[in-house]
Write a protein that binds this ligand. Structure first.
Ligand code: PLP
Length: 439
């Protein structure tokens, strides 16, 4: 193994711990997103390609990838070059720029359902825009979301991401607010349903269609496990929405530009009415999008529905996204063929290591974004996921981090085009070594 590999591992290192102690004096919790609270407090000096280097100089193969955005790896040269080139032309004009138009043209050419688009900065805010425009379009108040799905941290929708489960939970589910201080009434017109359950969905929709403006879903449940939609489920959802005049919103914040140039809607061949993108769209730079049917998006175009934001379509964000789209589309989408083959090899290698170790290690999802967990039973929805062995997963992830392999703290693995066959081989070896510590 190389010197670089010998430097791997050791969990939170000395300099990271020192940093964390100092940071807590000035930054609430020492972190700037609650998602980073509680995990190993690593402080990073730099990232390049598939690797991160922490402040002690230790190197990690990174599968967290900024929680998904870095689809081209860290500091992708083509994107950095374009951003660097445009830094000197200014950042914000409170007006239009030619780059946003080029981006919008490319974007609408990639995403099957995108007739019109608006750009923003984060996924959370574009989910809000989607709900607002859907309500305006239908004249109805309610939005249906699914348990275990995450659509951002704003008051009205930050519910039932990780609610306790009881076998006699009614449909719709009782609201579980995720944060102290959340407004209770903000989510009054949100209904929470179980996901991947076509019968429960149909019963609820048929009984309440007159008041449902929108149904929002992650097309693949990637915020709780890596759960694929059951055969025909998304088609059923599409049909129900069409039959009852409900706006179908795909939250493609994770899947967009990650599972294919056309996102999950391209992969599964379903056309949502609206969809939300962020993460991989900017390859690490902050940019998001709301896109969809012209007649719905016209409500924003006409000014009847407000969507605003000082930093929307700033030069850096749209330049980065445009450069990323060019990279993703190059060579007849060679990036996606690569993600598919490298990701599959990794998924298969991890699953095989689990079998050899005699452990119920499950690997689920898609090659570009998959999940590992330990369970003897089949996992197909939120309730079954909650019964997985989370303590064992925590030990496994800790043992991997010690060996310089870094999936997300909840067991999700994101691939980038920068991951190499050698990374995969090294990762599988680390998994084999880590599994006995998880047992
Ligand atoms: C599916 C989904 N929707 C929305 C969001 C919120 O996006 P952001 O963190 O950019 O506000 C996330 C973030 O992880 C997400 O995974």
């Amino acid at each position: 193994m190389s010197t670089r590999n010998e430097q791997r591992g050791n969990g939170a290192t000395n300099a990271s711990r020192r940093y964390h102690e100092q940071a807590r004096a000035h930054i609430a919790g020492g972190v700037n997103s609650n998602v980073r609270l509680g995990g190993t407090p690593l402080c990073f000096a730099s990232g390049a390609g598939s690797h991160l280097t922490d402040v002690d100089g230790k190197v990690y193969i990174d599968y967290a990838l900024g929680m998904g955005p870095n689809i081209l790896g860290h500091a992708p040269p083509a994107v950095i070059a374009e951003v660097s080139r445009t830094l000197s032309i200014g950042q914000l004009f409170a007006g239009q720029n030619a780059i946003e138009l080029e981006l919008a043209t490319q974007f609408c050419g990639c995403v099957p359902s995108a007739e019109l688009v608006r750009f923003g900065l984060s996924g959370s805010e574009m989910v809000q825009a989607a709900m607002r425009v859907a309500r305006a379009f239908t004249g109805r108040p309610e939005v249906v979301k699914f348990e275990g799905h995450y659509h951002g941290w704003f008051d009205n929708i930050f519910i039932n991401n990780s609610a306790p489960v009881a076998s006699d939970d009614p449909v719709p589910r009782p609201h579980h607010l995720q944060s102290a201080g959340q407004s209770r009434i903000a989510s009054d017109d949100i209904a929470v349903l179980p996901w991947n359950d076509a019968a429960a969905l149909e019963r609820y929709v048929v009984g309440n269609a007159g008041r449902i403006a929108a149904i929002i879903t992650e097309p693949v449940m990637l915020n709780t496990g890596g759960i694929l939609p059951r055969e025909g489920y998304l088609q059923h959802l599409r049909r129900l929405c069409s039959d009852h005049g409900i706006v179908l919103v795909f939250d493609e914040v994770i899947t967009g530009f990650r599972v294919g140039l056309g996102g999950a809607q391209g992969l599964f061949g379903i056309r949502p009415d609206l969809s939300v993108f962020a993460k991989a769209l900017g390859a690490g730079f902050p940019v998001s999008a709301l896109a969809g049917r012209r007649e719905i998006m016209e409500l924003i175009a006409s000014g009847r529905v407000n969507h605003s934001g000082t930093y929307n379509a700033n030069v850096v964000s749209v330049t980065a996204a445009l450069a990323a789209l060019r990279e993703l589309a190059a060579g007849e989408q060679a990036v996606y063929r690569r993600l598919d083959s490298v990701g599959r090899a990794l998924m298969d290698g991890i699953a095989a290591a689990g079998r050899r170790a005699g452990l119920p290690l499950q690997v689920s999802g898609l090659p570009a974004a998959f999940h590992t967990c330990f369970a003897e039973h089949a996992i197909h929805d939120y309730a079954t996921y909650t019964r997985a062995d989370h303590a064992r997963l925590g030990r496994f992830l800790g043992a991997l981090l010690n060996r310089g392999v870094r999936p997300t703290g909840r067991g999700t693995w994101f691939l980038s085009s920068a991951h190499t066959d050698a990374d995969v081989a090294e990762t599988i070896a680390a998994v084999q070594a880590a599994l006995p510590e998880a047992g």
